[in-house]
Design a protein around this ligand. Structure first.
Ligand code: BDR
Ligand code: CA
Length: 316
């Protein structure tokens, strides 16, 4: 499937991050998808690093032509919280990746998102947020008319039955910018949320990492080094074999939705209480009459997911 008219156009909004890096590689390795651009946001590390890391990953994939845009350097209302304790000082600790030589685009990420959605046929472009939702919320605030033009938002964020990974109640992406997350959930856009309840079932076990390493290409070696670094923190924290491979679930969901299952429910983000700030309150049992605003994914076929990731990485 190489004909552009057959490919699903997406924008990846991201804060790389080792798992973001694998998500970008998976998308660039997938002929079903047309990556229109990559927009960086502050999150795992500050913006100057996330935009640079996005360019490093494009170059690793042999795609220096991919436009990368820098977006918001801090959340809408709250000070930026970063996660070097998980991702390392650079955000992409693990392998030695060269400094990128491809340029950062002059245009602001929010302008790129708005202009692309206005230019492209309505209902065709899918947004894939892998970090705090600041850029997406700003785009919706700047040009509310884009809401009806978005085909779907498929995002990694939140947690309900599984609790939080940043506070007892909140997952990192939503915790960092809860107001942006609520803005996006309120916009009436078809939205799929892939929370910790799902991603904590997609573990980079030793066997799965060995299968990636065995591909033997420079990309596979870099991915094995990225994930080898990334999993250490969570292995210690959760006592598991491997860490959760969060963000690639978003891309895998676009490629093979049959690997995932969830429910159409209402989700509200806590933005008032400091104790539970950023909690995604999911009405899983439909105990309120709040209207459905998301499909929340709870399960993944982890073997099928890692087979897909491994098979696609082998093509880069
Ligand atoms: C999310 O936070 C980041 O650390 C990861 O890249 C992922 O997007 C998981 O909570
Ligand atoms: Ca991320």
């Amino acid at each position: 499937m190489t004909d552009d008219s057959q490919r699903r156009p997406i924008i990846i909004d991201t804060d790389p991050g080792q798992d973001d890096a694998v998500a970008i590689l998976l998308a660039l390795a997938s002929p079903e998808l047309e990556v229109l651009g990559i927009t960086a946001v502050a999150g795992n590390v500050p913006l100057p690093l996330t935009e640079k890391n996005a360019r490093k990953v494009c170059e690793l994939a042999g795609r220096p032509d991919m436009p990368v845009y820098a977006g918001a350097s801090r959340p809408l209302m709250r000070p930026l919280v970063t996660a070097e304790y998980v991702h390392g000082k650079t955000g992409l600790d693990g392998p030695e990746l060269p400094e990128p030589t491809m340029p950062l685009q002059d245009k602001h990420a929010v302008d790129f998102i708005v202009e692309t959605l206005l230019e492209r046929e309505a209902g065709t472009v899918t947004l894939c947020p892998l970090g705090p939702l600041t850029n997406i919320a700003l785009a919706l605030i700047r040009a509310p008319e884009i809401a009806t033009r978005i085909r779907e938002i498929v995002l990694m964020g939140g947690g309900f039955f599984e609790g939080g990974n940043t506070t007892p109640a909140a997952e990192f992406n939503i915790y960092v910018d809860p107001h942006a997350a609520q803005t996006v959930l309120d916009a009436g856009i078809p939205l799929t949320m892939i929370p910790l309840d799902c991603t904590h079932k997609a573990l980079t076990t030793a066997k799965r990492l060995a299968a990636i390493r065995a591909i033997g290409t420079p990309v596979a070696e870099a991915v094995a080094a990225l994930l080898g670094f990334f999993e250490r923190f969570d292995e210690t924290k959760y006592g598991t074999d491997g860490g959760p491979l969060h963000d690639p679930c978003v891309i895998a969901y676009l490629l093979k939705p049959e690997l995932f299952s969830g429910r159409h429910v209402n989700v509200v983000v806590e933005t008032g209480s400091e104790l539970t700030m950023g909690m995604t309150v999911v009405d899983w049992w439909r105990v309120t009459d709040r209207s459905v605003n998301a499909t929340v994914i709870r399960d993944v076929n982890a073997e099928g997911f890692f087979d897909l990731v491994t098979e696609r990485l082998a093509t880069l």
